[in-house]
Design a protein around this ligand. Structure first.
Ligand code: FAD
Length: 418
């Protein structure tokens, strides 16, 4: 075993929103923090539409001004189109609140992640790019550091009192420990790219996220306006229908699905595809525990439910904040135990569970949000608060119960289909 060559209070593996957040806040509390990011340069990444509730994390991190100064389109709403191309009324985030946090942004992730990492450096984090962590090192049950590999091939072992896994979908530690459970009913795949010159709506709708179901209801597309007349377009659907038994590559499958979505096709008639088609699959899972002796999981490294409501970056930032608070407290008590580091687990799962119920409602073909809101107009507010991301600011118990009741009613054989 190689000797530990450097020692830190905290090592954060991964420089996405979750890693940058936890590293910044722990360094601000006076600890020495090393953040290791595999990519040498900022990269194209999926996850471009923010939820308004990211405002509070961005404010705490002190980067709101920098985000405001970008050319990121302002996002005021989200609109859903059903399989017949009929659009919902847009869900404006300011419908029930005129707080300045009701508007958010559509971001180029290469630029957004860089803002967060630059801020981490300014707050005292030692950030090293082009360094990949191969393995988290343990003494028995206790994490004691990480084995790294630099781009020149050299390997090194570094020690820490706490190791934070923020490696996103790579889920380095959850895979190493075998504690990752996939969502059994969300075995999905996504194909996505950027276009230039897509047709946008006018006024404050120009920056809206659009979610459009395909005519056969097997898949759905996102449409996210980006700076410089770009738009991000992606399709999501079950592996069984978009991969298995399908001839052709991601590009041809994407084109076939787009042909089933005329409301989106018409926006792209004069547009040009800018980037090669990318693919990702089996992205919905959760780790069975969020922390152990000397280790913590944040962001997608802990879990990810589904892209439908654009909750990923919000939960990455939020879990980063929660983890940072737990780590600072545990280090102050000189007790980075599983219980102390994981003290935020119930709170974190309260929000992810509420979002999970909303995700399953969308994928339930018998369920209709329009019908639900007709029967329960009083819950329009709750639905908008969920789309805002206010899952940690209010209770959704009644709403979730009503949603479950509506799903039971819709699936009952007595229902007359509309
Ligand atoms: C199809 C799809 C669409 C999505 N759309 C949206 C959306 O519109 N809005 C939204 O909010 N979210 C969206 N998401 C989710 C969003 O992309 C993630 O939730 C978010 O990026 C998670 O942030 P993170 O910091 O946890 O991980 P990431 O942003 O993935 O960052 C992880 C970092 O760790 C680095 N890394 C990985 N392994 C190692 C290693 N071994 N050593 C060192 N570094 C390593 C990676 O290079 C990366 O930079 C989408 C997800 C999918 C799958």
């Amino acid at each position: 075993m190689a000797a530990i060559e450097e020692q830190y209070d905290v090592i954060v593996v991964g420089g996405g929103p979750a890693g940058a957040t936890v590293a910044t806040l722990v360094a601000e509390a006076g600890h020495n923090v090393l953040l290791l990011e595999r990519s040498a340069e900022p990269q194209f990444k999926v996850g471009e539409s923010l939820m308004p509730a990211t405002y509070w994390s961005l404010k705490r991190l002190g980067v709101l001004e920098r985000v405001r100064a970008t050319a990121f389109p302002k996002k005021w709403s989200v609109q859903f189109f059903n399989h017949e191309g009929v659009g919902s009324r847009p869900f404006y985030f300011h419908e029930f609140s005129d707080e300045e946090s009701s508007q958010t942004w559509q971001v180029l992730r290469s630029e957004f992640d860089e803002i967060l990492l630059d801020n981490a450096v300014e707050k005292g984090v030692a950030v090293q790019r082009g360094v990949s962590v191969r393995r988290v090192l343990f003494d028995g049950e206790r994490a004691r550091g990480a084995r790294l590999r630099r781009q020149d091939g050299s390997q090194l072992e570094v020690g820490a009192r706490v190791v934070v896994d923020a490696t996103g979908q790579s889920a380095l530690l959850a895979r190493q420990l075998g504690i990752r459970d996939f969502e059994p009913n969300l075995r999905n795949v996504s194909y996505y790219t950027h276009y230039e010159g897509a047709r946008l709506d006018d006024g404050i709708d120009a920056g809206a996220t659009l979610i459009l179901r395909t005519a056969d209801r097997q898949a759905w597309f996102w449409f996210i306006p980006l700076p410089d007349e770009r738009a991000s377009v992606g399709v999501v659907g079950p592996v069984e229908s978009l991969v298995e038994g399908r001839v052709g590559n991601p590009q041809t499958v994407f084109a076939e699905e787009l042909a089933k979505c005329p409301r989106l096709e018409e926006r792209l008639v004069d547009a040009r595809q800018l980037t090669p088609m990318k693919a990702i699959r089996d992205f919905s899972y959760y780790a069975r525990q969020v922390a152990g002796e000397g280790w913590v999981l944040v962001g997608d490294a802990f879990g990810f439910i589904d892209p439908i409501y654009s909750s990923g970056v919000f939960l990455a930032l939020k879990s980063g904040e929660m983890a940072a608070d737990a780590i600072v407290e545990a280090l102050a008590a000189d007790a980075p135990t599983a219980a102390n580091l994981g003290s935020f687990e119930d709170e974190l799962r309260r929000g992810t569970e509420a979002l999970r119920q909303l995700v399953y409602a969308y994928y339930d073909h018998d369920f209709s949000f329009a019908r639900f809101l007709e029967r329960h107009p009083e819950y329009r507010r709750h639905l908008i608060e969920m789309l805002v991301g206010n899952v940690y600011r209010m209770s959704f118990d009644g709403f979730i119960e009503a949603l479950a009741g509506e799903r039971r009613r819709s699936s009952s054989p007595a229902r007359v289909s509309s």
